[in-house]
Design a protein. Structure first.
Length: 251
């Protein structure tokens, strides 16, 4: 696969119309450019010094991440990009469009948990960052929490604010701390709200609105859309090697 093939695949997959909505907003794009020919693609949630080094160790030609390196961590982005450049690795990140996509973070995590996706919510500039999932047969809240821990491979934070069985769940994996998003989930008759980010207001408002709250890490609630995206890449280019770049549970 060539870089131009990858660029065309991204446009075809996310649609030019959707990408135009966030053009020039630092929501997707290349940060480094290496060789034109791509034989091995790596993916992970975050671009960090550690993931850049691991991509180099795994001989990756293209690293796809959900998050770009954080600008406000002084010096970290520069060092991370230097590692990629020294090893001739192309880096591409896809943020808000992957949250919005029907194969993205929120949809995929729901499907892996056995939910049917029935609603979109958390609208951000015509990008829907949240999804509502529904079960045919309701389950206990504690059972859902255990299933999420198994899927993420980490312990989650749990606040049980009602005693209902779980039939509907609202999910906003990234930037899900907003009380507005919780209010939307409540209005959509969700029994549980799942996110990868929380602040004090998140916990307080969930308790006030009596909606059960589950919080996993930002990193591991947002890996699933990348897995789906690289699966689509593999379908078009079956001889391309895809590797997941390991990240630590640091949150």
């Amino acid at each position: 696969m060539l870089i131009v093939d990858f660029e065309k695949l991204i446009i075809d997959t996310f649609t030019e119309e959707k990408l135009q909505l966030v053009k020039d907003k630092d929501e997707y794009g290349f940060t480094t450019m290496g060789s034109d020919e791509l034989k091995r693609v790596g993916y992970c949630t975050n671009l960090t010094i550690e993931t850049a080094k691991e991509a180099a160790r795994r001989n990756v030609d293209l690293l796809i991440t959900h998050h770009d390196a954080w600008e406000w961590m002084t010096g970290m982005k520069e060092e991370t990009l230097d590692i990629l450049k020294r090893h001739d690795i192309t880096h591409f990140f896809i943020h808000l469009p992957l949250d919005d996509a029907d194969f993205g973070n929120n949809t995929t995590i729901l499907e892996k948990l056995g939910f049917r996706v029935v609603e979109k919510f958390a609208n951000d500039d015509e990008m829907y960052c949240g999804r509502v999932g529904e079960l045919d047969k309701p389950i206990e809240f504690k059972e859902l929490a255990r299933k999420i821990e198994i899927l993420l491979g980490e312990q989650v934070k749990v606040w049980e604010n009602n005693d209902r069985l779980v039939k509907r769940i609202g999910v906003v994996t990234g930037a899900g701390f907003s009380t507005t998003n919780i209010e939307e989930a409540v209005n959509l008759d969700c029994d549980v709200y799942l996110t990868g980010e929380k602040i004090l207001y998140t916990v307080q408002y969930a308790r006030f609105r009596r909606i059960n709250l589950i919080v996993g890490s930002h990193t591991f609630t947002e890996i699933f859309g990348l897995g789906s995206l690289t699966g689509l890449i593999r379908e078009r280019y079956p001889h391309l090697e895809i590797v997941r770049i390991a990240e630590e549970h640091v949150e």
